[in-house]
Write a protein that binds this ligand. Sequence first.
Ligand code: GAR
Length: 221
Amino acid sequence: MTDNCRVVVLLSGSGTTLQAILDQQNQYCYQVVGVLSNRPDAYGLERARSAGIDTRSLDHKHFPSRESFDLELMERIDKFKPDLVVLAGYMRILSHAFVKHYQGKLINIHPSLLPKHKGLHTYQSALDAGDKEHGTSVHYVTEELDSGSVVMQGTLNITPADTAKTLEQRVKVMEHYLYPRAIDWIASGRITVEDDVISLDKKPLGPQGYRISEKSIASTE
Ligand code: GAR
């Protein structure tokens, strides 16, 4: 990608992930040039404005179909001329046209160790399944929900004291560390994709991408 990779962020909610991306952009080679939301009241838009970033909101409820909404959204995104489109808590299923249009430059972060626990309520699902570990995945977006090649995963050990709430808190700390790094690795060209295989510095990664544990994140901070 480019030395100063133009990033557009899409979000639907409070935007703590966006905040981490913004807070760390000075140390990395990406630049957030626009933030868009399908929810006009998303607090993430407020965070972007406070950081002096251009925002757009487009209420999906005003569109007759997913396809018509996504077409308008694509037009608005493209005005920012992005090199990378970053989903950060963007809680809408994407249309075929949208995914195709941004193929190879559209990434997402999902709070589970994909392919486990796609969709919503991943923390409770992991507890209900009796999983020993949980975490988060940064992945390229394909048409299938929460699928696509995994770039990076953050892992943690579930303890008997954990609840959905504590898992969410622990996962979010990892996400705020991982996502800006993953964006930087893609922006700088360290991450490449060929035939759905992700490589870091030309070395192919496994299907779970680059893995880092909560413990080692804590020791670097
Ligand atoms: C993040 O934890 C992210 O992993 C999740 O939404 C949260 C957004 O938090 N994304 C998904 O569940 C996508 N399937 P935020 O609004 O505080 O940034």
